[in-house]
Design a protein around this ligand. Structure first.
Ligand SMILES: Cc1cc2nc3c(=O)[nH]c(=O)nc-3n(C[C@H](O)[C@H](O)[C@H](O)COP(=O)(O)OP(=O)(O)OC[C@H]3O[C@@H](n4cnc5c(N)ncnc54)[C@H](O)[C@@H]3O)c2cc1C
Length: 417
């Protein structure tokens, strides 16, 4: 009965010319003061606002976004979600996030199109095989699913992958995290925005923070292009511009900003039903529901705020993809773009207090913070509401750069994004 009803609603909607749809979130104007302001209307900022309201009952909250929500990296990424890290601290953090993703559509009553199609990592050498068996075993010891797979299973899981003796880049095996996959990036931002707004959060777009107001050393508000707004506590979730905002507040962050680029091909019939990542070439790809191949790259290895991405990386990534999948050689590329990502020396995020009392930060997710949106929002909301670090975020404090307790996922698992 309910199926017939929704099919009818769908047909009616198709002929309704999309008229009179209610706005998904309120178009708010800035109030003079809020209990909490969050700077940055990407996934992390919106999720933090939602969890402040939902988990802590704090609803006098504004998300202040200089452009439009999801217009930063949240709307620019290649949408991969996974929890294949090496250290226990990272496994706990990212697997909590993946588990939130698994129930996010239901939680937000918004289809974020989570597709657990699996993530296959390719080993191109004996050394890769050794590193991957260590990596997969560490994941299993941390309670995260991982399975080593051989060439036979690769042949059936990844059609089109060149496993022939002539292959330019040999593939010896790999491992798979079956619970990994993709989610729809815009929907994650919009779903959190709608749910937060429904709980009373104000979403202020076209509102750029240009300075922080302090009193007796404590932050008490922000100066914006739409005027001064006071706040009891402030959280920053402005990936790509965290150090710019930190400088405005008078402290430095151990982050460097780089462009990270991606491309999509013209749409084709279904050819790939998993995510494939080749750490050796720096390339990874999946196929979107529209049929486009979504291809991700490694960082442009020079600091920059130009959201373009260099041609050298575009070329080397496409060369890597074609060496592995020669049959894709005639695909046309439709679009190429980049986002600015803030990278920390140990490739792990920072979530917690800053040197300025009342000011908290969530940053440093580098090339992999889309998958971290639920946990980043959850833990930032916790510290903003209680003043105490959430246990999941405790190892990810700024002080690890002075006490040396780094969680070096770059060196350990070679995570590139
Ligand atoms: C090409 C590419 C591919 C990626 N692929 C993946 C992937 O497959 N999987 C994955 O997990 N991660 C991926 N990432 C990383 C991921 O996109 C980011 O880590 C994540 O989106 C960060 O979310 P955020 O909410 O912190 O930042 P953003 O979405 O960037 O939001 C920050 C917001 O802050 C705003 N802002 C900045 N300065 C100010 C100011 N002064 N005042 C007000 N607002 C301000 C910006 O306009 C922006 O909207 C990728 C990134 C890129 C660029």
């Amino acid at each position: 009965m309910s199926n017939r009803y929704s099919a009818w609603a769908l047909v009616r909607g198709a002929f309704a010319r999309h008229a009179n749809w209610p706005a998904a979130w309120r178009d708010a104007s800035p109030k003079p003061a809020y209990d909490v302001i969050i700077v940055g209307g990407g996934g992390h900022g919106l999720a933090a606002a939602y969890y402040l309201a939902k988990n802590h009952g704090i609803t006098n909250v504004a998300v202040v976004e200089r452009g439009w929500i999801g217009g930063g990296n949240t709307g620019r990424n290649t949408t991969i979600i996974r929890s294949n890290y090496l250290y226990p601290e990272s496994a706990r953090l990212y697997d909590f996030s993946l588990r939130q993703y698994e129930r996010l559509s239901e939680e937000l009553n918004y289809n974020v199109m989570v597709s657990q199609r699996g993530l296959v990592l390719l080993a191109h050498s004996r050394h890769d095989l050794d590193a991957m068996s260590r990596w997969a075993n560490a994941m299993r010891m941390n309670g995260v699913d991982a399975e080593l797979i051989g060439r036979d299973e690769l042949a059936s899981r990844v059609p089109g992958l060149d496993l022939s003796p002539r292959a330019r880049i040999p593939v010896l095996g790999g491992f798979v995290q079956r619970r990994a996959g993709t989610a729809r990036h815009d929907a994650v931002a919009w779903g959190y925005a709608r749910a937060a707004s429904a709980l009373g959060v104000d979403i202020l777009q076209n509102c750029e923070v240009r300075g922080f107001v302090t009193s007796d050393g404590r932050v008490t508000g922000v100066d914006t292009n739409r005027g001064r707004i006071a706040a009891g506590r402030i959280g920053i979730a402005a990936a790509g511009h965290s150090s710019v905002l930190a400088a405005l507040a008078g402290f430095r962050l151990p982050v460097t900003s780089y462009a990270l680029q991606a491309l999509v091909s013209e749409p084709v019939k279904p050819v790939l039903d998993t995510v494939v990542l080749s750490p050796g070439t720096g390339a990874y790809l999946s196929q979107s529901d529209k049929g486009e191949l979504v291809i991700g790259a490694m960082l442009d290895l020079f600091p920059s705020y130009a959201q373009r991405g260099s041609f050298a990386i575009t070329q080397s990534i496409l060369a890597g993809v074609l060496a592995m999948f020669p049959a894709y050689a005639r695909l046309k590329m439709l679009r190429q773009w980049a986002g600015i990502v803030d990278v920390v020396h140990d490739s792990s995020p920072i979530i917690g207090p800053t040197p300025v009392p009342g000011l908290y930060i969530n940053c440093g997710w580098g090339t992999g913070g889309f998958k971290g949106i639920p946990v980043g929002g959850w833990t930032l909301a916790h510290v903003l509401a209680t003043g105490e670090n959430h246990p999941l975020a405790e190892p990810f404090q700024l002080d690890r750069f002075t006490n040396g307790r780094l969680i070096d996922e770059a060196a350990a698992s070679g995570i590139a994004h």
